[in-house]
Design a protein around this ligand. Structure first.
Ligand SMILES: [Zn+2]
Length: 291
């Protein structure tokens, strides 16, 4: 078989990298956004199926898995990083499919030491977004919604004098439940009246006592949370280059480049459910007939 040999120039000038990584590092620490970075690794757990006396493993992840909770992904190595978020885009054609939410994307640029992988998760530590969701009550007293609730501090006009600003913390904006028969319950559950929001962003129903929505009831929540993004691609591949010293071709310097990745917001169904490494399976997780 022939080898297709390229014609090489007779003389090659010393390679020069004009990107100044030190200047970029300074700019990033000055103007970048603080992010929490969770590493994502596929969970090795597998469902086993028994049929007509024969058992075999299938590629589906186990819903009772304590590491991934059935999502198929283990999160680990949570740490803080700094990134530049650019080119937030919206794909308009998805409006028809998703009604209120359209699938968007954002580029995140990171320093070369922090190379992420597909499905890694970045949370804007100071960003705020309003989430709304409907889920089932599983736990007796303290329960975590899909994303941790953020108690947002705001200056609002005080009740007695709206011209006087008053520092107020709000986490949950609206909360309703439907009883076990599926019918809506009349109570509009209020923060600090029926429940409190813990420092971990969970709902503690101690205040409501017997008036709390029953376990198994469906619960709708509207609350403040942090925006999360999931890595979906690497359009700008990482390059570790060696730079020649112009005066002496013998000396070469390592010249690392920043990483630019494309991410999508997690709440648009990038996966379900999102979990972090320390999440444990609730005691009353719906029972499944697992082999
Ligand atoms: Zn698993």
């Amino acid at each position: 078989m022939p080898t297709l040999r390229l014609v090489q120039p007779k003389y090659i000038e010393p390679e020069s990298i004009d990107f100044d990584i030190d200047e970029f590092r300074r700019a990033l620490f000055q103007k970048g956004r603080e992010l929490t970075w969770d590493w994502a690794t596929s969970c090795p757990c597998q469902m086993s199926i028994t049929s007509t006396g024969r058992s075999s493993l299938v590629s589906q992840n186990r819903i009772d898995c304590s590491a991934c909770r059935g999502s198929g992904i283990i999160y680990s190595n949570r740490q803080t990083t700094i990134g530049m978020l650019t080119d937030a885009m919206l794909d308009q054609k998805f409006f028809n499919l998703y009604a209120r939410y359209a699938e968007g994307s954002v580029f995140i640029t990171l320093l070369p030491e922090h190379v992420p992988c597909l499905n890694d998760r970045f949370t804007l530590t100071r960003g705020i977004v309003v989430y709304e969701e409907t889920g089932m009550r599983h736990s007796a007293t303290v329960e975590q919604p899909r994303f941790p609730i953020v108690k947002r501090a705001m200056y609002l006009g005080s009740e007695s004098d709206p011209t006087e600003p008053e520092l107020t913390e709000i986490g949950v904006l609206y909360c309703r439940a439907a009883g076990l028969n599926g019918q809506i319950l009349p109570t509009e559950y209020e923060e600090n009246v029926h429940f409190t929001v813990t420092d971990d962003g969970e709902i503690d129903w101690t205040l409501a006592g017997a008036g709390a929505p029953p376990i198994g009831a469906r619960l709708s929540l509207r609350y403040y949370g942090r925006p999360c993004f999931v890595v979906r691609g690497f359009p700008f591949i990482q390059r570790d280059l060696y730079q020649n010293n112009a005066s002496s071709m013998d000396t070469r310097y390592l010249g690392l480049h920043p990483i630019k990745i494309i991410c999508v917001p997690e709440f648009l169904g990038a996966r379900n459910p999102p979990v972090v490494g320390d999440v444990t399976v609730p005691d009353t997780y719906p029972s499944q007939d697992l082999p």
